[in-house]
Design a protein around this ligand. Structure first.
Ligand code: MOS
Length: 697
C-alpha cells in the first residue's frame, strides 16, 4: 500500500500544455520534421493474398524523372533479424497477405514516388488463399498465451453440468467484425542516417519500444539509434507495436545515402499495414437461478490471426473477473489465415469481449424479468473470481446506481418494442465496463532543478491523451511545488527509458517513476535544491495482493425508424470508477472519446473482407464508416469518487480505454428494448433490425 499524494495540482482542470502549439500549427508531427533535402518513399503492395513473387520489373519506375531507387525483395538490404515476420520487410519472396509490402520507390517527391510505385510490375506464382473465419473450421488451434501474456483457457467447476441443471439459461453466439484504427495522422516516419547513426522521427506510442524493434531488425546498438516523437495525431493502439512502415522508412533512407527519407502510409494502406482488431465469434453460456444469481458463466472465443505472426486477442479475460459464479470457463481458439497481422486497437480484449457477455446478461434479465441494472448488482463478486484476491477497489455498483439516477432509468417499462415517440421506436439499454489497471516495467524518470523550475524527463508518449500536462501535475504534487514551476519533457529516446503507451498504463507507470524520482530528489536535496541538482526514480513492481480494475456503467437510448430500420442514439451516459482523476478535463475527453468510438463500433465500423481477393474492400473513410459529428448526440461521462491506495501513489487508474468498453452492448440492448429485435452481430445495421421488425409479432 502506498501513501497517496496530497492532491494539489492533481484533480485540477488544467488545459493541455501542447494545445497552443497544436492549434497554431507549430507542433511538428513526424512527417513534417524539417530535414535537409528529404526524399520520399512509397510502398508497392502485393495484389495476391498468397503466393510467391517471381519477378519485379522496375524499368518503368526507374525511367521516371525524379526516381532515386526502387527496392524489391531481391534487391533490398538483408536485415539482421527476420524473427518478427511483420517487420521483415522485403526479406522474402513469399506473400502472406494481400497488401504486404513487395517493393518500394524512393523519389524526389511523394507524388513521383507514388506514381512510380504504380509503374512497378510484380509477377506472382499465386497460391490458393484462405481468409474466411468460422467457428466450424477444423484447423482452429489454442495459442500458448493470449495478449499480452494471459493463460489461453481458464476453468472452474463444471459449466456443462450447471447449464443442464439450471432454471434459466442463455446460450447464444455473438460476433464482432474486423475493425481498423483510423487516427487522423497516418503512420508516418522521417528517417535519417548520418555517421552510422539512425534518427527516426516516428509517429509512435512508445519511442523506446520503437527503438528496440528497430535495433533488433537492423542489428544496431541502441546508442546508435534515436527515436523522437513529441506529438501523435492519434494512435488507439496501432502505433503501439511498430509495424512495417517504420522499418521501410529506415531501409529506404539507407538506400539513398545522404538523404533523409519520409514515408507516410496512405489511408488505404493503413488497412493492411498497421494492425487491426481481429473479428471475434463469442459463444456465451449463462446459467442462473430464478433469483438471477449466476451459477455458470462461460465464453468460448474464436478469432483470427495472420499466418506469419500470431496475435491472440484476449477477448475472454473480462469474463474471468466480471461476475460471481461458481462454474466458469473461458477459451480462445485461433485460425491462422492469409490476412494482414492483427494487433492492438483501443481496449483489445475488453472492447469486443464485453459485447457478447453484456448482451447475454441483458437476455438473461429479460428471461428472468429482472431489471438489468439489478441483475448485475446481484452478481457482484466479493473477491476476484479469477484469483481469489480482494479488489483494490470495485465500484461497479456505485456506477450502475449513479448512472441509473442520472440517466432517468427508474420506472423504465421492461417490455421491448412498446414505446414510440414521433413515430420512432424508443428504448434504453445498459451495460457494464471493465478495464485492468496495468503497470509496465522498466520506466525511469529524472527530475532536475534548473534554477527557476523543475524539469521532469521521461521518454513517455502523449498520443493526444494529455501526458505533457498530467506528468507535470503529478511531479508538482510529488515535489510539493506549484505546477507552473514544473516542465515535462517526453517523446525522445535521449530521455530516460519509458514503457509504451498501451493498456491505459501510462499514468500508473510513468507517474510512479516520476513520484519515485521526486522522493529521491527530496531525500538528496530537501526543499532547497541548487541549480543542476537531479535525481532518478524507477517504476516499482505492482501490489500483487489485489485485483485491480477500473469499472463503469454505460447507458444508451436508441430511436429506431420502424419503416427503414434507421438507428439513432441521441443519448449515451457513462459513469466510471477509475480511481482519482488526475485532470478532469483531459479524463472526460478520454471517456467521451472512448464512448464515441464505442458508438462507432455499435453502429458503423466493419472491415468487409472480400474472400475472393483477401482484402478489406471498404479500405477508406468513405466506405469504412466511423461515427461523425452528425451521429453523436448527448454523450456524458461522469465518475464516482474513488479512494484506492493500492494502485499507485496517485490513486489513479487508466482512463484511455474503458470508455469504449460496454458501449456497443448498451446500444444493442437499447435497440432491443426499442424494437424487440435482438442483434447479436456488430455492427447493428438497419437491415438486421428491419429483418427482425418484419417478423415481429
Ligand atoms: Mo491501447 S490498444 O493499449 O494502445
Amino acid at each position: 500500500m502506498t501513501g497517496l499524494l496530497e492532491p494539489r495540482a492533481i484533480g485540477r482542470e488544467l488545459p493541455r500544455r501542447d494545445g497552443p502549439a497544436k492549434v497554431r500549427g507549430r507542433a511538428t508531427y513526424a512527417y513534417e520534421t524539417p530535414v535537409e533535402h528529404a526524399a520520399f518513399a512509397h510502398p508497392v503492395q502485393a495484389t495476391v493474398a498468397r503466393g510467391r513473387v517471381t519477378g519485379v520489373d522496375t524499368s518503368g519506375a526507374e525511367a521516371l524523372d525524379g526516381v532515386l531507387a526502387v527496392l524489391t525483395p531481391f534487391t533490398a538490404e538483408r536485415l539482421a533479424s527476420t524473427e518478427d515476420a511483420e517487420l521483415a520487410v522485403l526479406q522474402t519472396d513469399e506473400v502472406a497477405f494481400r497488401g504486404q509490402i513487395v517493393g518500394a520507390v524512393i523519389a524526389e517527391t511523394s507524388e513521383i514516388a507514388r506514381e512510380a510505385a504504380d509503374l512497378v510490375t510484380v509477377s506472382y506464382d499465386e497460391a490458393p488463399h484462405d481468409v474466411e473465419l468460422s467457428a466450424g473450421r477444423d484447423d482452429l488451434y489454442a495459442p500458448e498465451k493470449i495478449n499480452p501474456a494471459f493463460p489461453t483457457d481458464t476453468a472452474q467447476g463444471d459449466v456443462a453440468a450447471a447449464m443442464a441443471a439450471a432454471e434459466v439459461t442463455v446460450e447464444q453466439t455473438y460476433t464482432t467484425p474486423m475493425q481498423h484504427n483510423n487516427p487522423m495522422e497516418p503512420h508516418a516516419s522521417t528517417a535519417l542516417w548520418a555517421d552510422g547513426h539512425l534518427t527516426i522521427w516516428d509517429s509512435t506510442q512508445g519511442v523506446h519500444h520503437a527503438r528496440e524493434a528497430t535495433c533488433t531488425v537492423f542489428g544496431l546498438d541502441p546508442v546508435r539509434v534515436r527515436v523522437v516523437c513529441p506529438y501523435v495525431g492519434g494512435g488507439f493502439g496501432c502505433k503501439g507495436n511498430p509495424h512495417a512502415g517504420v522499418v521501410l522508412a529506415a531501409m529506404a533512407a539507407r538506400a539513398v545515402p545522404g538523404r533523409p527519407v519520409k514515408l507516410a502510409l496512405t489511408r488505404q494502406q493503413m488497412f493492411s499495414l498497421s494492425g487491426y482488431r481481429t473479428p471475434t465469434i463469442q459463444r456465451m453460456q449463462l446459467a442462473a437461478g430464478r433469483d438471477g444469481r449466476l451459477d455458470a458463466i462461460a465464453i468460448d472465443v474464436v478469432e483470427q490471426t495472420s499466418r506469419i505472426k500470431e496475435f491472440a486477442e484476449q477477448t475472454g479475460t473480462a469474463t474471468r473477473t466480471m461476475y460471481a459464479a461458481p462454474n466458469r470457463r473461458t477459451t480462445h481458439r485461433l485460425a491462422a489465415l492469409d490476412v494482414p497481422v492483427p494487433s492492438w486497437m483501443r481496449a483489445p480484449g475488453e472492447a469486443p469481449g464485453m459485447f457478447g457477455p453484456e448482451v447475454a446478461m441483458d437476455e438473461l434479465a429479460q428471461l428472468l424479468d429482472i431489471d438489468p441494472v439489478e441483475l448485475r448488482i446481484r452478481n457482484e463478486p466479493e473477491l476476484d473470481p479469477l484469483t481469489g484476491k480482494p479488489y483494490s477497489s470495485r465500484n461497479l455498483v456505485a456506477c450502475l446506481r449513479e448512472g441509473a439516477e442520472r440517466f432517468g432509468w427508474a420506472g423504465r417499462d421492461p417490455r421491448p418494442g412498446v414505446r414510440t415517440e414521433g413515430g420512432l421506436l424508443v428504448g434504453t439499454g445498459v451495460a457494464a465496463s471493465i478495464y485492468p489497471v496495468n503497470r509496465m516495467t522498466a520506466s525511469t524518470a529524472t527530475i532536475r532543478y534548473e534554477g527557476s523550475r523543475y524539469v521532469v524527463e521521461i521518454g513517455a508518449a502523449d498520443l493526444g491523451t494529455g501526458t505533457w500536462t498530467t506528468l507535470a501535475q503529478i511531479a508538482a504534487d510529488a515535489l510539493g511545488v506549484p505546477v507552473d514551476d514544473v516542465e515535462a519533457r517526453i517523446g525522445d529516446t535521449d530521455l530516460p527509458m519509458a514503457s509504451v503507451a498501451g493498456g491505459s498504463s501510462g499514468m500508473t507507470t510513468w507517474g510512479s517513476a516520476v513520484v519515485e524520482a521526486a522522493r529521491a530528489f527530496h531525500d538528496k536535496f530537501g526543499h532547497a535544491p541548487g541549480p543542476g541538482d537531479e535525481a532518478h526514480g524507477d517504476v516499482g513492481p505492482p501490489d500483487d495482493g489485489h485485483a485491480m480494475y477500473a469499472f463503469g456503467a454505460q447507458f444508451a437510448e436508441a430511436r429506431v425508424d420502424p419503416d427503414t430500420g434507421e438507428i439513432r442514439v441521441p443519448r449515451l451516459l457513462g459513469v466510471f470508477a477509475a480511481g482519482r482523476i488526475i485532470n478532469p478535463r483531459l479524463a472526460r475527453s478520454q471517456f467521451v472519446g472512448g464512448m464515441t468510438m464505442g458508438l462507432s463500433m455499435a453502429l458503423h465500423e466493419s472491415g468487409v473482407l472480400d474472400p475472393r481477393f483477401g482484402h478489406v474492400v471498404n479500405h477508406d473513410l468513405a466506405d469504412y464508416h466511423v461515427t461523425a459529428c452528425a451521429d453523436v448526440g448527448d454523450i456524458q461521462a461522469h465518475w464516482v469518487v474513488e479512494h484506492d491506495p493500492y494502485v499507485n501513489a496517485m490513486g489513479s487508474k487508466g482512463v484511455g480505454e474503458i470508455g469504449i468498453v460496454g458501449t456497443a452492448a448498451a446500444v444493442s440492448n437499447a435497440v432491443h428494448h426499442a424494437t424487440g429485435v435482438r442483434v447479436r452481430d456488430l455492427p447493428i445495421t438497419l437491415d438486421a433490425v428491419l429483418a427482425g421488425l418484419g417478423s415481429r409479432v
